[in-house]
Design a protein around this ligand. Structure first.
Ligand SMILES: O=P(O)(O)O[C@H]1O[C@H](CO)[C@@H](O)[C@H]1O
Ligand SMILES: O=c1cc[nH]c(=O)[nH]1
Length: 292
């Protein structure tokens, strides 16, 4: 078995992984990811028992129990560059032996559920409601660095996207990955479902104009009008495709759920985004507690 060098698997002085500052026993098999470090406590305040709190940079982790279900909630910060760090380090925590620095014989598949915020791209998805991402379609550049295989459906949606949303050369190399359908099936009631586009920015890459002129001003209209069979684009944000793609590469079960705080068609923003996120947290924890 090949030993992974100190420069690749980086452990700190307490034997914890470099960015997350977690040791293997400190992570649960069910992981909730949130973008905002302050949102970690908003999730763990619902825990019946808190086992441990950890923090390094923007990566805050609380591990504890809801009923009998052991859960870790981890903040990722914003963007898929951070998702590269978080997904690889979560995977290392369960699938690499830190003492021998070798990959374990029996690999573990984590359940990773993102509870985030997003902007809706359809008029019939109002602010304060929730969207489950059936697919993550990435306009960021993370997954082209990995070997990701696509199903026939994923290939079709991606091919349709490239035809219907032609991006300028050098803008993006779009990729796609689907949700874990086992997890998705638990979140059908009361949740919109659709394709989530993951962008490498909040302003220009999401068609927002403040002062900087955009190279692709028709982006929002093209995303809203996109159709591939029964699939349409419901929303965009900044992490989902990275989580789905890297989750697939590493063999984890991933789902992304977003509270809609902006609607880019009706041009509304939630009057109380914190309340919408709190509702999502409560709804999701009730379901997650019962997932085997
Ligand atoms: O609220 P979170 O989970 O951070 O998610 C969304 O909000 C951030 C942008 O404001 C991006 O991270 C985007 O994906
Ligand atoms: O419009 C939005 C709202 C939340 N998060 C995003 O990335 N975009």
């Amino acid at each position: 078995m090949d030993r992974i060098a100190e420069s690749e698997l980086i452990l700190n002085s307490r034997g914890a992984i470099y960015h997350l500052d977690l040791k293997p026993g400190e992570l649960a098999d069910t992981v909730i990811t949130v973008g905002d470090p302050d949102r970690v406590a908003n999730v763990s305040k619902h825990f019946d028992k808190l086992e441990g709190k950890f923090q390094h940079r923007e990566f805050v982790t609380h591990t504890g129990y809801v009923g009998d279900k052991r859960i870790s909630v981890v903040s990722t910060g914003i963007g898929t560059d951070n998702i590269d760090i978080v997904l690889n380090e979560l995977d290392a925590l369960v699938n690499i032996d830190f003492d021998s620095r070798t990959i374990k014989q029996a690999l573990q598949s984590l359940k990773i559920i993102r509870l985030g915020t997003a902007g809706a791209l359809q008029a019939d998805i109002p602010v304060d409601e929730c969207v489950v991402s059936a697919f993550g379609l990435g306009l960021d550049n993370l997954l082209p660095f990995y070997s990701l295989e696509n199903s026939a459906t994923e290939q079709q949606v991606l091919a349709d996207f490239k035809l219907q949303v032609p991006l300028k050369d050098g803008t993006a190399n779009p990729y796609i990955a689907g949700a874990n359908t086992g997890l998705q099936n638990h979140f059908k009631n009361g949740f919109h479902q659709g394709i989530t586009v993951t962008c490498p920015g909040f302003y220009g890459p999401q068609g927002r104009i403040l002062r900087g002129a955009l190279s692709h001003p028709e982006l929002i209209d093209q995303l809203t009008g996109f159709q591939s069979g029964e699939h349409r684009i419901t929303n965009f944000e900044m992490e989902t495709a990275g989580i789905y793609g890297l989750g697939k590469v590493l063999g984890h079960q991933c789902l992304s759920i977003s509270a809609i705080v902006a609607n880019r068609v009706s041009k509304q923003f939630s009057k109380d985004g914190a309340a919408a996120v709190e509702q999502l947290i409560q709804k999701a924890l009730t379901v997650i507690e019962k997932i085997n």
